[in-house]
Structures are given as C-alpha cells and as structure tokens.
Design a protein around this ligand. Structure first.
Ligand code: TUI
Length: 312
C-alpha cells in the first residue's frame, strides 16, 4: 500500500516502529525494516558512540532504510545529532522537544526529518522549519505523553499542515491503522505492539505483562513534575502516584524511576521497573516475529477499509 510516507521513506508498508528507549535497538529496528516497515533505533539517553554502533549493527542486518529517534532531553542530543549525519542515516524522528537547531545540518545531509509532536502549534512550527512529515502522538501512547488523544489530535494536525501526518498513540492492530487513515494520516507509528515481538530484546517478564494487560492497566506518573509518563501499572507506579499526592519533591520522585527502564527491559523487574506501554497494550495478545506481524497488520487494515467502502 503506497502513501506519501511510503514514497518519502522508500518503504513497503506505512508502518513505523516507535523509538522506544531501551527497547528500540538494532535487532528490532532491522527486523521491522526487513519486514517492510520503518524500524527505528531509539537513542534515548544513550551516549553518541552507542548510537553509532547500533546504526552500524543495523546496517549489517538490513539493506532496507531505517531511522534513529533522538530524545531531545538527552544530555547527548547534540552529539547524537552529529552522529546520524556522519553515519548516513536516512530518517530521523525526534521526541520530547523541538529539533529546530539541528534542522539545517540534517537537511544538508539528506536526512528525512520527522518530529513527534503532541500539539497543533508544534506541528505548524515543525512544518515552517522544514520537517518532511510529523508524527502526531496522542496521549494513549506509552512513555512521555501530551494532553490530547489521538482521535482529537490527528485530524486537527492534518488540517493545520500540508506535510504528511503519521498517527501514533493507541494503535496496535489493523483496525487502529484503518482508523488512522480515516483521520487523514498517511502512516502509523506503533510502539507497544512491537514490544511483543520475537526480535524485541526485552525481558520475557515485561513482554508477558504487555500480553496480560487489560484496557485499564496503564498509569500516568509525573503529571506534577511536568514530565507525564505512561507505563503499565505496578508497585512503582502505585508508590509514585501516592508520593505525588502527598506532594513529594522532584528528587524523591526521581529516586523511584531512576534506572527504571533498565530494570524493566533488561532485568525483567515487573514490580519496580518502568514498563512503559500504551493504552492499547490490552489489544496485544501474542508474540510474533516482525516478518509476520507487519504484513498481517496491513492485511487487517486493508480488510477494514474495504469493509466500509461505500462504492461496492
Ligand atoms: O518522546 C516521546 N516519548 C518518550 S520520550 C521518553 S524518555 C523518558 N524517559 C523517562 C522519563 C521521561 C522521558 C519516553 N517516552 N514521545 C514524543 C513526544 N514528544 N510526545 C510529546 C512530545 C513533545 C513534548 C514537548 C514534543 C515537544 C515538546 O515541546 C517542544 C517545545 O519546545 O515546545
């Protein structure tokens, strides 16, 4: 299925894997790209040299295009911005900030730049400074979240900009993809669904928690500190929310989440780790290889769209 996004990125399916911190490393990124979507390496808070190694490792696994997601609050963001240009990365997505200061350098290096936005205002600013597309991410998503839902945000961003819009937040199956197209999106970005894949280098216990999750099993911590983050509920989110209610200091709260992603992803600490995941975790029922998952998602989406065509 060709859209403006598949053409822009040179990929087979309009499905982009989210740049999940600790989860989106080269095995997963390469597997998604090999399956016909766009895989992403999530730079998160990692040093630039780790990102360089990941890019090179992904290139060894696939000749298909893949991208790097740069988390702009990272202390290494400036260096990572340089590394993606040096390594000839085809696509960069950004999160948790505005990538304006890197835009000229990236465009000159021929990189397709796709900022993740959670508001119409930022989407318009990104279009003005030369973004090739935007990901409009609703607050159903896992990790750092904005205010608006995907259903409300995506069509408002579509109306506000000329560049293609990619929908994210709460999408985990073909129905979600079809719905995103109905809202005017030209592709989707999915994170949570890709945690439950064979290639995701994520502790089995965390994967199993995604499989077991029900609709109401995520919580947003950090609203009081201005860094709201959605994760599967566990002892950590419970204590965090209690402390927030008691008016705990930023330092006290940070103690609870420091190293939390590593604990969840690497150690499988489902009690005190930070198992970031979106509200659609309840839709995820089985672990699949990306080579099966990506085409299957697209088949489901096509079937949905066929079902509601009124000219048949
Ligand atoms: O970035 C994300 N999701 C993330 S980043 C992340 S790393 C992290 N780890 C621990 C604690 C906190 C973060 C985990 N998940 N999604 C993309 C996204 N970006 N959503 C919202 C935004 C955003 C928010 C504010 C983009 C820009 C912005 O402000 C820009 C400006 O300057 O106005």
């Amino acid at each position: 299925m060709q859209t403006e996004i598949t053409e822009l990125l040179g990929i087979q399916y309009p499905i982009i894997q989210g740049g999940m911190a600790w989860v989106a490393e080269h095995h997963l990124a390469a597997a998604v790209s090999e399956a016909g979507g766009l895989g992403l390496i999530g730079a998160a808070n990692a040093p630039a040299e780790w990102v360089r190694e990941q890019i090179r490792a992904a290139k060894n696994l696939t000749e298909q295009p893949f991208g790097v997601n740069i988390m702009l609050m990272s202390p290494y963001a400036d260096e990572v911005a340089q590394v993606v240009a040096e390594e000839g990365v085809k696509v960069v997505t950004t999160g948790a900030g505005s990538p304006e200061k890197y835009m000229e350098q990236w465009k000159q290096s021929g990189i397709r730049v796709i900022p993740v936005v959670a508001s119409v205002a930022l989407a318009k600013r990104m279009e003005r400074c030369g973004a090739d597309a935007v990901v409009a991410e609703g607050c159903e998503s896992g990790g750092h979240v904005g205010e608006s839902t995907t259903m409300a945000l995506v069509p408002q961003v579509v109306d506000a900009v000329q560049i293609p819009v990619i929908a994210a937040g709460g999408i985990a199956d073909g129905r979600g993809i079809a719905a995103a197209f109905m809202l005017g999106a030209k592709a989707v970005q999915m994170g949570t669904r890709f945690i439950a894949t064979q290639e995701a280098q994520v502790h089995e216990s965390y994967k199993n928690q995604v499989l077991r999750a029900k609709d109401i099993d995520t919580r947003v911590t950090g609203r009081s500190t201005g860094h709201p983050v959605r994760a599967l509920r566990n002892e950590m989110t419970k204590r965090y929310l209690e402390l927030e209610q008691e008016g705990a200091s930023f330092e006290e709260l940070e103690q609870l989440t420091l190293g939390g992603l590593r604990r969840a992803v690497v150690e499988g600490d489902v009690r005190m780790g930070s198992m970031m995941a979106g509200q659609c975790a309840g839709l995820v029922r089985e672990i699949l290889p990306c080579s099966e998952l990506v085409p299957q998602l697209m088949q489901e989406a096509k079937a949905c769209m066929k079902g509601i065509r009124i000219d048949e």
